[in-house]
Design a protein around this ligand. Sequence first.
Ligand code: ADP
Ligand code: MG
Length: 245
Amino acid sequence: MNKILEIKNLSVCVNDKKILKNVNLSIENGQIHAIMGPNGSGKSTLSYTLMGMPGYKINDGQIFFNGQIINNLSVNLRAKMGLFLAFQNPYEIEGLSIRTFLRAAYNSLYLGTDKELDFDQFEEYLQTKVKQLSINPEFLKRSLNVGFSGGEKKRLEVLQLSVLQPKLIILDEIDSGLDVDALRDVCTAVDQIRRDSPEISIIVITHYPRILKYLKPDFVHIMQDGAIINSSDISLAEKIEQEGY
Ligand code: ADP
Ligand code: MG
């Protein structure tokens, strides 16, 4: 099987503070890996570093994506390669409609490739995605995340990844602030995306085992104080639920 992501001995500083310490992680195509850990343990730092957010300085180690070192690549190049981060707290942008945003994002990834779609083709494609995820098409006219409930914001993150078709998805606490019904909807939508593209790989960052009951990760890793201190199968998440970190 092909490795989509390999992290080797990764150490990262933010504002001169060492946050990640010697992180190793290897993910194959089609696998789901969960990362759990207490608040402040470095989970979001890992996702921002993978995505290439400015200010997250790699002091040591390598990140390989699809066999290529991406340590110094910009966010947009990483996105073009197929990396997608669903935000823990999605940004709100007044005046930018979801439809326009999604079309611009899709074009920036696929213009000039065999996935290029013209205006009408994109609209048709968007409508099938919206229908598949049971999202009201009226939603597409609204400004990006402005006035959205927590559940709606997360639903929009899922619509984005369904439209943009990344190879590796990082879900950073997509379950935070969701009630049971909204969580089930989001997980059903992620499942649908996996059925459409079984080779897609997912990193699920969470505090709570309940999302893992839906998404069924192949591996569960525990992060503490910037390091992965334990890795096992889903039984580890159940143990955490009973015993704490
Ligand atoms: P988690 O997502 O696991 O809750 P974070 O990655 O957000 O953890 O944070 C890890 C540590 O890094 C925390 O101690 C946090 O205070 C620190 N940290 C995160 N972002 C910054 C920043 N921009 N400047 C300084 N410290 C930061
Ligand atoms: Mg976090």
